[in-house]
Design a binder for this molecule. Structure first.
Ligand SMILES: *Cc1c(COP(=O)(O)O)cnc(C)c1O
Length: 492
């Protein structure tokens, strides 16, 4: 299985190397031209478990790993790590469905992939004399899921950066209380885009070669890494199987998915599933007030030149530069690396790019879109509680709002529920009670939300109260390289 950069076909890697490297040397993302060459159809997964669907997907997209490696990894990643035996159960919410992706160890959908990525990384490192240093930018949820996944994994270290003041109380506490001898965490002065830009720059900087010389490969746990993306393909298939088994659809029926979107990783995994043969009619890209993707999908113009960065109550989607869009551009331009490189150059230099012609038509045929601002998000959280007795988090609410406003023709629509509402207790409580929670802290809000709704918080979130703060560093974007160097040269 050959992977190469979205910006040039010159630099190639097999799947193991692509997972280890994370990002290509030219700044592009690893893609494979074999997507869809070995289809996976609904009849192929009939009656299968989550784990066996995972094996089908992985062996198609990460073919260089042996079946034994994949099996062992899947077993370790998904046996008893999720609070639901179904791993990612589907439930009903009015006319829509919720794909509950938040039952993992850190209560966000990122767990599904970040339980598996360390398995892939360890398998790729086995038989080499290298170690891997994972550098992760987080808008809130990736950080904790990655820290938890890589904690004390032999021959790996992890440095995690989050934008200071721009994640929820609970999200911050989850990260700064992280234990493990191979972990490092720092707040960064800036927003998520600043942090992500600096991480990408590190991959293209002399630091990469400097560490490589010392036997340390710089890698990423962000969805720019194919090893993050591929495990997310699995739950689209598994959701479809569940809908069939619940007799909500028949095998072969077309379905829609509505996806709360930031970096475009989750929804791109849905597009991979669609390319591989899952009968997905449309993937609905749901944004918050940072609705650069809504505008792009409607017009082909991706423009961040005059767009302010808005801090919202769905912080994991407060992103203006959606990295994985680059992979979609590669595929819809028919693998035109020169054109993708030119578009990305436009984005870097002129803060905008324009996609047109057949490529834009392909995008618009597969993707729907819409956005919900904070007011609409709060209203939807309240509505889901009042009318459906379901407690949903602000990110899920954004997608439910967009799904409810856009699906008119009766095609079944599954909304990806990406986080536990208890990660955002204050905003969820305020939405349900219809008034400010005052100066109550995150834990007081958690308790009150539980008292008001009777829905229990995840145990690991409750247990955060009183945990010792282990990480207190704050750095500027320019200071991130040094922080990574120090973390990478520690003994792990
Ligand atoms: C990361 C995240 C998203 C956005 O997912 P992308 O893959 O970045 O588009 C949505 N909701 C939650 C809760 C998240 O943590």
């Amino acid at each position: 299985m050959k992977y190469h950069s979205t910006r040039s076909a010159a630099e190639t890697a097999d799947a193991r190397e692509a997972v280890l490297q994370g990002l290509c040397r030219d700044g592009g993302l690893f893609v494979s031209d074999e997507l869809g060459s070995k289809p996976l159809r609904p009849e192929d997964i009939r009656g299968q478990s989550y784990q066996s669907i995972a094996l089908e997907v992985f062996s198609r997209l990460l073919g260089d790993f042996t079946r034994e490696e994949l099996l062992a990894g899947i077993e370790h990643a998904y046996a008893n790590t999720f609070a639901s035996p179904a791993v990612t159960p589907v439930s009903k919410i009015g006319r829509e469905y919720l794909l509950e992706l938040y039952h993992g160890p850190t209560s966000a959908f990122k767990d599904v992939a970040l339980c598996m990525l360390p398995e892939l990384m360890s398998a790729a490192l086995a038989g080499t004399d290298r170690r891997a240093m994972i550098v992760t930018a987080t808008s809130g949820d990736t950080g904790k899921a990655a820290l938890s996944g890589f904690q004390d994994v032999p021959r790996t270290g992890i440095a995690c950066f989050f934008p200071e003041g721009k994640v929820s109380d609970i999200q911050r506490l989850q990260m700064v209380t992280q234990e493990g001898r191979n972990v490092a965490v720092a707040a960064v002065k800036g927003n998520f885009d600043d942090v992500q830009r600096e991480v990408k720059r590190l991959f293209a900087s002399p630091l990469r070669a400097e560490l490589e010389e010392k036997g340390v490969t710089l890698s990423s746990a962000n969805s720019i890494n194919v090893g993050r993306l591929v495990p997310q393909v699995v739950y689209y298939y598994d959701a479809y199987r569940q809908l069939i088994e619940a007799r909500e659809i028949k095998e072969g029926d077309s379905v829609d998915f509505a996806v709360p979107t930031g970096n475009f990783g989750d929804v791109l995994a849905g597009w991979y599933a669609r390319e591989m043969g899952l009968p997905v009619r449309r993937l609905i890209v749901a944004s918050n007030a940072n609705c650069v993707l809504t505008d792009f999908l409607r017009t082909g113009v991706y423009d961040i030149s005059r767009r302010p960065f808005v801090k919202t109550i769905s912080p994991s989607m407060d992103i203006l530069i959606s990295s994985n869009l680059e992979r979609l551009l590669y595929y819809v331009t028919g693998g035109d690396t020169k054109r993708v490189a030119a578009l990305m150059k436009d984005l870097a230099e002129r803060k905008r790019f324009v996609l047109d012609g057949e490529a834009l038509e392909k995008v618009q045929a597969a993707f729907g879109c819409g956005f919900a601002d904070d007011e609409a998000t709060r209203r939807t959280i309240a509505e889901a509680w009042r009318e459906n007795r379901r407690l949903i988090d602000p990110h899920t609410a954004v997608a439910l709002r967009v799904a409810r406003d856009s699906s008119a023709d009766g095609t079944p629509c599954t909304v990806l529920a990406t986080a536990s509402p208890y990660k955002f207790s204050r905003d969820v409580l305020e939405a349900i009670e219809g008034r400010p929670a005052g100066d109550a802290d995150g834990f007081a809000c958690m308790k009150r939300l539980c008292a008001v709704t009777g829905v229990r918080p995840p145990v690991r979130l409750e247990q955060l109260e009183g945990r010792k703060i282990l990480h207190r560093s704050t750095v500027t974007p320019a200071g991130m390289a040094d922080f990574v160097r120090r973390a990478a040269l520690r003994d792990f």
